[in-house]
Design a protein around this ligand. Structure first.
Ligand code: DOR
Ligand code: ZN
Length: 336
């Protein structure tokens, strides 16, 4: 018997869309992966980093030209140049949040955050106007906890949780604290990335009991946990060299991957809440006018391509991305 599921196209609350030819390959694949709304991480990889409303809106316009059916929610990069006035302006123009990177934890984040003290006026403005603070954390640190105490109405999202400790901490905190979980962290553990450069990401996948905690919170349908893929393409040769870049590319098949993995641990019925509903409710957002759609998934074999080309003018390993689960079979595919 064929199994079919119809549900709203999904929301990805943490995606890296890059620039230039890479962006041109990635953006049109967001909808193909079953996603209609995504929250774009302005990242230290973007040159220059996006710290103003104008820059964010210009980046959004570029993405919309490539993917007119997708709702792109934008963020700003937390840095000393960001002012409370810019926060108010950002809110007026539909910017959704501000991303904070601790120094050195991810690709090109040398200029990230060391102490929050200087940002208190910015956080106060964010709390007032209702912008979200996105924390790139392994575990909520003491300064994160302090931040939550000092700005109890500021909505904070702990990005890409990988540990049982992070899940427990988020659950113990109140309604203003949300948490994203990636597709790959629901699948990988330490053994999968040690020696397998294409599974290497940051934060790295942890131990089986950590993965179980991520799976359990999805199974529970906890409303403050939702999908943020952290899909992060790097050219194959940069993944395959000695100092492999961190990042797993899941955008083109996001929902087929997720359905396959959820089904493997009895959570296919949790797909809707985790990927379509919880995040929208936490953020208080919806698709832009005319951009809501539904997807139909069917339980059928789907072979993941070995690579996606983004630049035919250079050597193949320089001009292509190896996706997650390359060359493997998924058990669910999208048919519309
Ligand atoms: O693995 C990762 N890659 N983690 C991140 O947080 C950033 C990302 C990237 O931009 O490559
Ligand atoms: Zn990220």
């Amino acid at each position: 018997m064929q199994t079919i599921i119809t549900l709203p196209a999904a929301c990805d609350f943490h995606i890296h869309t890059r620039q230039g030819v890479l962006m041109e390959m990635v953006a049109p694949r967001i909808a193909e992966g079953g996603v209609s709304l995504c929250y774009v991480m302005v990242e230290p990889n973007l040159k220059p980093p996006i710290t103003s409303t104008e820059q964010a809106l210009e980046y959004k316009a570029q993405l919309e030209r490539l993917a007119p059916n997708v709702t792109f929610l934008m963020s700003l990069y937390l840095c000393p140049e960001l002012t409370p006035e810019e926060i108010r302006k950002a809110k007026k123009h539909g910017i959704v949040g501000v991303k904070s990177y601790p120094r050195g934890v991810t690709t090109n984040s040398e200029s990230g955050i060391e102490s929050y003290a200087i940002y208190y006026p910015v956080f106060k403005a964010m709390e007032e106007v209702g912008l979200i603070l996105n924390l790139h954390g392994e575990l909520p640190s003491d300064s994160d906890q302090q931040l939550h105490n000092d700005f109890p109405k500021l909505k904070i999202v702990l990005e890409h949780a990988t540990t049982k400790a992070a899940v427990d901490t988020v659950k113990a905190l109140g309604d203003t604290i949300g948490c994203t979980i990636t597709i790959h962290h629901l699948q990988l553990t330490v053994d999968d990335w040690a020696g397998q450069c294409h599974n290497f990401c940051k934060p790295v996948a942890k131990f089986p009991h950590d993965r179980q905690a991520l799976r359990d919170v999805v199974l529970e349908g906890h409303p403050r946990f939702f999908l943020g893929t952290d899909s992060a393409p790097h050219p194959a040769y940069l993944k395959e060299c000695a100092h492999s870049c961190a990042g797993v590319f899941t955008t083109p098949l996001a929902i087929p991957y997720l359905a396959t993995i959820l089904d493997s641990f009895g959570a296919i019925n949790c797909l809707r809440k985790f990927a379509c509903e919880n995040g929208k409710k936490f953020y208080g957002v919806n698709e832009e006018e005319g951009k809501y759609r539904e997807i139909t998934l069917v339980k059928e074999t789907l072979l993941v391509p070995h690579s996606y080309s983004f630049d035919e003018s250079v050597e193949e390993r320089r001009g292509s991305i190896v996706p997650f689960f390359a060359g493997k079979n998924l058990t669910w595919k999208i048919i519309n």
